[in-house]
Design a protein around this ligand. Structure first.
Ligand code: PEP
Length: 265
């Protein structure tokens, strides 16, 4: 059974009480039902709230003894490529594992854009994440300008090829890829299912040709409660990386419900 994933990227949003409430609301609903084991639900809070979120999800929060651990996985939004050292402000993959993370987003377009991250650096983060025992969620995608110039295939292929050159096919095969066209992130202008299917098919063929056929491929970019089911009905789409809509328990739960409906055995 193919692994499907719904991951929420909270970005630099929420104060601590909001983060706690959000995870509690999602956890309460999710853990009241049976989520098939081939569907992973992940939340990626900002660094300062990871520990509290992971403890809540572990069932060890509060004074009333241990509750059942949640099926929801805790993830992070980035990690450093080194294990420790003089890297002020950075957080390493083993540190994330130590506080209960199981997944980590790497190469998000906002990291590429605002922090100058290259495919080579992102590949090093993939290697570091896997070595520490984290599953990388590796973001790729073209800008609106690149799409307008008809360069989508070239840009996405180059991103995959370079990541494989630097990290290796085995590493990509153990990762998750998120196709996130930059023009769809946080804009409300989601890719059509046709546009997403086309690029996902390209990514799949590229990964398979390199020897990484098992990588789940998520779509990300203005996924919401209304359009999620359409993406999940697509043969090439294995889940969603969700930004804005993951900040409300109502909309994130609606997306999780759409996934469970689409992929109930
Ligand atoms: C994201 O940041 O990964 C994302 C997909 O954001 P949004 O869902 O808000 O477009």
């Amino acid at each position: 059974m193919k692994q499907r994933i719904v991951a929420g990227n909270w970005k630099m949003n929420t104060l601590m009480h909001e983060a706690s409430r959000l995870v509690e609301e999602v956890q309460q609903e999710v853990d009241a039902r049976v989520i098939p084991s081939h569907i992973d639900i992940v939340v990626c809070p900002p660094f300062p709230w990871i520990s509290d979120t992971a403890v809540r999800l572990s069932g060890n929060h509060g004074t009333h003894g241990s509750k059942k651990a949640s099926v929801i996985r805790c993830g992070a939004q980035d990690c450093h490529h080194e294990v420790f050292g003089a890297f002020t402000g950075d957080v390493s993959a083993p540190m994330l594992v130590d506080v209960g993370c199981r997944d980590v987003i790497v190469g998000h377009s906002e990291r590429r854009q605002f922090h100058g991250e290259t495919n080579e650096l992102i590949a090093r983060k993939i290697t570091a994440a896997l070595r520490a025992g984290l599953r990388p969620i590796v973001c790729i995608g073209e800008s609106s300008d690149e799409r307008a110039r008809g360069r989508t295939t070239e840009v996405v292929s180059e991103q995959i090829d370079e990541l494989i050159t630097y990290a290796g096919a085995e590493a990509l095969n153990a990762s998750v890829v998120a196709y996130e066209p930059l023009w769809a992130i946080g804009t409300g202008v989601a890719a059509t299912t046709g546009q997403a299917q086309e690029v996902h098919a390209l990514i799949r063929s590229r990964l398979t040709a390199h020897g990484a056929p098992d990588t789940p491929i998520l779509y990300g970019g203005s996924v919401n409660a209304t359009n999620a089911a359409d993406y999940f009905a697509c043969s090439e789409i294995d889940g969603a990386l969700v930004g804005g809509a993951a900040l409300s328990s109502t909309t994130f739960l609606a997306i999780i419900n759409a996934a469970c409906t689409a992929w109930s055995e």
